[in-house]
Design a protein around this ligand. Structure first.
Ligand code: BES
Ligand code: MN
Ligand code: MN
Length: 462
């Protein structure tokens, strides 16, 4: 596809400029102060889909933020690819840790990105990766090179649990019908090591509150005589892992599918440099479940992590107080075949059970989702592999991802479709962190690779 390389060369400055415009809108789904920005972003995505050549584009209202749907149907006899992505982004805070403001995108080069990277919230997760698909469509339509039907579904609630999507997918099964789902919302191993993510972890997210006395107390007058909710909460949390870093909730591992020796050996062949990993994070040692490697710990094993913990006095100086309440937000990453609702129930039951007399525990489940695995013998995997080989000149490496995209298992259940996770981000993109960025090379490689996926998938599916 020589014209593809030419087109990219000719239009890349515009592609970068357009993405920068999209990144300027602070589409933070977690913060209702940005409700208007969410609507504006949905409009911008819809306009981009229309300009790129979709025949129909709709902004579908939901109980939450709108889902942007677009399609170009050439013929009912041709295969159909459904592209999913999300236009919402994570909150940008802590703001003071950003070198440049999160919604004023700048292009800067770094040692890893000599061609430059765009620094902005959402650059990699997922506006930049989602926009590659719109630009790839633009190219294919402009060159009469679209080989199959395509549907786009770009949502605005991924970062807060995709709660409106369940109903939307169930109500629109026919509209969303497809032969494969293609998502770029994951990463690759290194700039020149293309990879296909073959699995995602599930998630159970809960908030807990421990209540002690009916008011905050003087820590001298009452200290030692009543349960301090923060002391209790931290003790309870600490007990959730044993000294081997196994999770102690009864039944937690019952449904975990263990990988065979062969599968674990295959995983161990993926390039991974422990020293570089530690250096990149500024840590002198890794930490985790006994008996597993770092790559296994962050992909094929379930976890339990405190995401936030608060209570009592945290202002300037000292205040001697026993707080009435202590809180924590806890996430559990899950693997096949753990069921997130079941795990949420097991957690709740256990957490209440381990509370000592003198405190009350309440648990508020948030969102969740199931884990997912892509079979490597699926033609979608093969098409992605061939496409990446065409543009990178090397066979991509399969890798199980540690993150979650709960919608993927829902797609499998409701639409009976497999999802191919062809991501172009890097772990160093600082997803969800200050100074998130996306390499220009990754962005352009993505745009270049996607049309090959369409071509090979259509050939294999026909
Ligand atoms: N794109 C990420 C998920 C991801 C990133 C998977 C890198 C694999 C590699 C997605 O936007 C995300 O952040 N998902 C959330 C889950 C959601 C329910 C809030 C996550 O994994 O924390
Ligand atoms: Mn994402
Ligand atoms: Mn994310």
């Amino acid at each position: 596809m020589q014209h593809l390389a030419n087109y990219l060369e000719q239009h890349k400055d515009r592609f970068i400029k357009e993405l920068i415009e999209l990144l300027k809108i602070p589409s933070v789904s977690a913060d209702s102060a940005h409700a208007q920005d969410m609507e504006d972003t949905a409009q911008a995505v819809a306009a981009a889909l229309e300009k790129a050549g979709c025949d129909t584009v709709e902004i579908c209202e939901t109980e939450g933020y709108p889902i942007v749907y677009g399609e170009k149907i050439l013929s009912p006899d041709l295969p159909t690819i459904l592209v999913y992505g999300h236009y919402d982004v994570q909150p940008p805070d802590p703001l003071d840790l950003w070198d440049t403001p999160p919604f004023k995108p700048v292009l800067k080069s770094t040692p890893l990105h000599p061609d430059g990277a765009i620094f902005a919230r959402g650059a990699s997760d997922d506006k930049g990766q989602m926009y590659m698909h719109i630009k790839a469509l633009e190219f294919m339509v402009a060159h009469d090179a679209l080989p199959c039907n395509v549907k786009f579904m770009i949502e605005g609630e991924e970062e807060v649990g995709s709660s409106s999507l369940d109903a939307f997918v169930k109500e629109n099964r026919a509209k969303l019908a497809n032969d494969v789902i293609l998502i770029s919302d994951t990463g690759m191993i290194a700039p020149d090591v293309p990879s296909i993510t073959t699995g995602l972890r599930g998630l159970s997210y809960v908030e807990v509150c421990v209540t002690g006395p009916n008011r905050d107390l003087h820590s001298g007058l009452y200290g030692g005589a009543v349960a301090n909710p923060i002391n209790i909460l931290t003790k309870m949390i600490a007990s959730l892992h044993d000294d081997q870093n196994h999770i102690t909730i009864p039944g937690f591992y019952d449904k975990v599918i263990s990988l065979s020796k062969e599968e674990r050996n295959a995983m161990a062949e993926a390039p991974f440099d422990l020293e570089a990993y530690q250096a990149a994070l500024g840590i002198s040692a890794v930490y985790g479940e006994a008996g597993y490697t770092t790559l296994e710990r962050n992909s094929i094993r379930p976890t339990l992590d405190v995401n936030g913990i608060w209570g009592g006095y945290t202002g300037e100086g000292a205040k001697t107080v026993i707080p009435a309440k202590a809180y924590a937000k806890i996430s559990m990453r899950l693997v096949p075949d753990q069921d997130w609702k079941e795990i949420t129930a097991l957690f709740s039951e256990h957490f209440k059970l381990i509370a000592p007399p003198g405190v009350q525990v309440s648990i508020q489940p948030h969102h969740g989702g199931q884990a997912y695995v892509t079979p490597m013998d699926h033609i979608g995997y093969k098409a992605a592999s061939k496409a990446l080989e065409a543009t990178f000149g090397t066979t991509p490496i399969p890798q199980r991802g540690g993150g979650s995209i709960p919608i993927v298992s829902l797609f499998e259940k409701e639409l009976d479709s497999k999802t191919i996770l062809m991501g172009f981000g890097l772990d160093s993109d600082a997803l969800h962190s200050p100074n998130e960025h996306y390499g220009i090379r990754n962005y352009l490689k993505g745009i270049e690779t996607i049309p090959y996926f369409y071509k090979y998938f259509t050939e294999m599916a026909s």
